[in-house]
Design a protein around this ligand. Structure first.
Ligand code: HEC
Ligand code: HEC
Length: 193
């Protein structure tokens, strides 16, 4: 008992003596708060080569939108030759950089909130080949009429996240940042009920 008390006292004294520790603790609390806000979504793309090569035909999907096992299937020589109906081949060196970046930042390696959800939902079962096929994602878009997606010249496909999610490039997918092209007055609640 005595021993524990003196340990606590010593710890307390140590904290008091180092005032700078307190200042730093406060600083990191602010950091944590800011981070908490930021880490709600998906980690934004930080690799220049990934951004350039994978942002050519569609916006560069954040690696945190799929688990590593999916990126393994998507980012290899064979698969890229017939990438969803197009040829998206890369030279060997570029492919290695992009593959490693995607795998290292995949949903199951990330602490961002939406990545965590995707990681948990895809833990078991086969690797999904599309973000739009994830139950978590398809469920979120269930109520949007086809005419607003495929029939909408400003969107064309649910795969083009950034057409509606105005902050998709920053990894933010919150419903209140959505703007469906050609449907400026779209209101989720009104359309649902
Ligand atoms: C030559 C054009 C082209 C390039 C370059 C390209 N893609 Fe694609 N990608 C496509 C097309 C076309 C689709 C299918 C879109 C659709 O179904 O509407 C697609 C779909 C995808 C999807 C599935 C999206 C969904 O529906 O959930 C992923 C993931 C993807 N690409 C990742 C990548 C990555 C990573 C790279 C960089 C190595 C890349 N793409 C480079 C053309 C390209
Ligand atoms: C046609 C426009 C459109 C496209 C394209 C689209 N979304 Fe959405 N998304 C929406 C709308 C609208 C909502 C809000 C739905 C609701 O609140 O009922 C939403 C909701 C979401 C949510 C849930 C947001 C929340 O606050 O819980 C996520 C995550 C999301 N989308 C991710 C994606 C991703 C990833 C893609 C691309 C693979 C994508 N979306 C493509 C319109 C779109």
């Amino acid at each position: 008992m005595m021993q524990r008390k003196s340990k606590v006292a010593a710890l307390f004294a140590a904290v008091l003596m180092t005032g700078s520790v307190c200042a730093r603790a406060e600083e990191s609390f602010v950091d944590w708060l800011l981070n908490f806000q930021r880490t709600k979504g998906v980690k934004p793309v930080a690799d220049k080569q990934y951004q350039e090569e994978c942002g050519e035909c569609h916006f560069a999907y954040q690696p945190g939108l799929l688990p590593a096992k999916s990126w393994e299937l998507i980012l290899n020589v064979e698969a890229l030759r017939k990438h969803y109906g197009v040829n998206a081949e890369l030279d060997k060196d570029t492919l290695k950089v992009i593959h490693d970046y995607a795998v290292e930042n995949a949903a199951d390696k990330s602490w961002y909130k939406r990545s965590r959800k995707i990681a948990v939902a895809t833990e078991d079962g086969p690797a999904p080949l599309r973000i739009t096929e994830l139950r978590y994602i398809s469920r979120k878009h269930h109520d949007i009429a086809e005419k607003m997606i495929k029939g909408n010249t400003g969107v064309k496909s649910l795969s083009f996240c950034d057409k509606c999610h105005t902050q998709a490039a920053q990894g933010v997918y919150d419903a209140d940042t959505v703007n469906i092209p050609n449907y400026p007055n779209w209101d989720g609640w009104f359309n649902k009920y």
